[in-house]
Design a protein around this ligand. Structure first.
Ligand code: F0G
Length: 360
């Protein structure tokens, strides 16, 4: 069998590339859709988890980055830049390396998870820490790309959205149709924009072929409560949340996210850090899927809506979990009350191990 060729080659006819395009890929996409057994049992819905942590750099950003770096190379760029809460910088650094471009990343000082920081450094990016938040970093990155010969690879670049829409294609290709609901975290709002675009494209006839999806899902986006500008209806100047990936107060794709919500008759709501951590724990301990905290926001939203009596049973639901648990593993080593998880010490002999396991 031939291996998965990355999202550009798998979906070339639906992406802005030509036969002569030099494709920069690390084999992204083709990520598993895993049945969420415990969540399905609780809610009476058929819930599947789209595990985006399985991408080459451990997050969904790779889908957009293969397109953005491919576009940068096609435009003759020598250097790329991005602002990031971590995952975009890891992805940009890896794909720039694969393309032979230099990469600079602007990140909020002290607010990026260690896994992501180490990726950007390992791939040789120039790491610039800004004494400010993501929104400040993005403003500087945009101005830099306007004034100097560097190519911006944030999701304000349409190539990023094009690549990321393939997540929706894969869901429909596997399920045979769109789900009733698609839940996911919202930060800078690129991903909800991209999924909605992908679902809409698959619901239209294409090149003389009938539509691949018979319906559109409701888009359910969830922001962290301390960083929920779309829910509040105004920018948040000092966004806070332990889910640092979505610690964003003024999302670049705000209008597109609101359009996705309204056109799909969906919702964009907030989940608290406690709800995010509960869902993070649920995903790892009950479903077998280890994610970083921000990635649990979609599952947190499903739990919240179910408990509020706002989730009718019998629906097909896909929840995108956006990044791998190894990006930011410290949260797994805390108990729900915040105390550290202590490994149990045993004597070096079979009987005491058996006793500790309740077998003696
Ligand atoms: N989940 C994770 C793990 C993320 O890293 C991000 C965004 C999101 C969700 C939100 O996606 O911005 O498309 O709404 N991370 C960006 C970054 C901002 O710089 O890595 P969004």
């Amino acid at each position: 069998a031939q291996q998965w060729r990355g999202v550009i080659r798998e979906y070339a006819e639906r992406l802005p590339v030509s036969e002569t395009t030099r494709v920069i890929t690390l084999g992204e996409g083709g990520t598993p859709l895993v049945p969420a057994r415990a969540l399905s049992e609780l809610t009476g819905c058929r819930i599947q988890i789209k595990v985006e942590g399985m991408n080459p750099t451990g997050s969904f950003k790779d889908r957009g980055m293969t397109m953005a770096i491919t576009a940068a190379v096609e435009a003759g760029a020598k250097a790329v830049v991005c602002a990031s809460t971590g995952n975009t910088s890891a992805s940009a650094a890896a794909y720039a390396t694969a393309a032979g471009l230099t990469c600079a990343v602007l990140v909020p000082a002290g607010k990026i998870a260690m896994g992501k920081l180490s990726q950007a450094v390992a791939h040789g990016a120039t790491l610039l820490q800004v004494d400010g938040n993501f929104d400040n970093c993005l403003e500087v990155a945009r101005k830099l790309a306007d004034a100097y010969p560097v190519f911006l690879v944030n999701s304000v670049n349409p190539a990023r959205i094009e690549g990321q829409k393939t997540g929706a294609f894969e869901v429909v290709d596997v399920l045979g149709d769109a789900p009733d609901i698609h839940a996911l975290p919202v930060g800078n709002a690129g991903n909800i924009t991209a999924y909605w675009k992908g679902y809409r494209e698959y619901a239209e006839p294409f090149q003389g072929q009938p539509a691949l999806a018979s319906k559109l899902p409701k888009m359910w986006g969830f922001q962290a409560a301390g960083s929920a500008p779309i829910v509040a209806g105004h920018p948040i100047t000092e966004p806070e949340t332990l889910a640092t990936a979505i610690r964003i107060g003024n999302p670049a794709s705000w209008e597109q996210a609101v359009a996705a919500r309204d056109e799909s008759q969906g919702v964009i709501e907030a989940v608290t850090d406690a709800e995010i951590l509960e869902a993070h724990r649920w995903l790892s301990a009950k479903e077998g899927v280890f994610v970083e905290p921000a990635s649990a926001a979609g599952a947190a939203g499903i739990l919240k809506k179910f408990r509020a009596g706002e989730l009718a049973p019998g629906q097909s639901i896909v929840v995108t979990v956006t990044g791998h648990g190894l990006k930011d593993p410290e949260w797994a080593l805390q108990n729900p009350d915040g105390s550290p998880v202590e490994p149990r010490k045993v004597e070096f002999d079979v009987v005491s191990v058996a006793r500790e396991l309740g077998l003696e």
